[in-house]
Write a protein that binds this ligand. Structure first.
Ligand SMILES: [Zn+2]
Length: 180
């Protein structure tokens, strides 16, 4: 099992923090690190770690089996829906797949996948030359994957990390999608 794979911004911040602690070049405290806001924390941690380390950390944070995905899996299981995981043969490798119905569910982190209008989808104020193209690529890729799935006759649902706060509403949305 590879290290930690959580996607909440808090966990991401902690991961970056731990990585920073291990890296002697990054031991200097940053003046930016005064806010307790998670995104600011991530931002200042990110500024302190090397680009290679940053890529590695991000790939871990963005990996499969993230906490929100586990939550959705448990919820669906409790609702008696049975699914397959991470269909590698489908565009975007959907997190949950219902093959006989040709339905796929993506569980997206609001920050990485830029949930429109969501308070979690903050934009770091520094290193925008790094972040903005990265966000644009993610959005473009997500859109392409949804279009490809649609062309293949699949229906896709995106569950956002922030939706996990209201389990009843999420359960209703999942049920509506899967019973449709
Ligand atoms: Zn959101």
């Amino acid at each position: 099992m590879k290290q930690v794979m959580h996607s909440s911004q808090l966990q991401a911040a902690l991961d970056f923090s731990m990585a920073a602690e291990r890296n002697p070049r990054t031991m200097q405290p940053s003046a930016l690190c005064t806010s307790t806001e998670f995104d600011r924390l991530i931002e200042c941690r990110m500024d302190r770690i090397s680009i290679e380390e940053r890529s590695r950390q991000m790939s871990l944070v963005r990996s499969k089996d993230t906490k929100p995905e586990l939550f959705v899996r448990k919820l669906l299981f409790s609702m008696k829906f049975r699914y397959r995981l991470h269909a590698k043969d489908l565009p975007g490798k959907p997190d949950l797949v219902f093959r006989s119905q040709k339905k796929a569910i993506f569980v997206h982190g609001c920050f990485w996948h830029r949930h429109a209008g969501c308070s979690k989808a903050t934009t770091p104020s520094s290193r925008t030359e790094y972040w903005l193209p990265k966000f644009a690529r993610t959005l473009e890729r997500d859109q392409e994957n949804l279009e490809k799935l649609h062309t293949m006759g699949w229906q896709a649902l995106v569950v956002w990390e922030c939706e996990l706060k209201n389990m009843d509403a999420l359960a209703a949305r999942l049920r509506a999608f899967l019973n449709d």
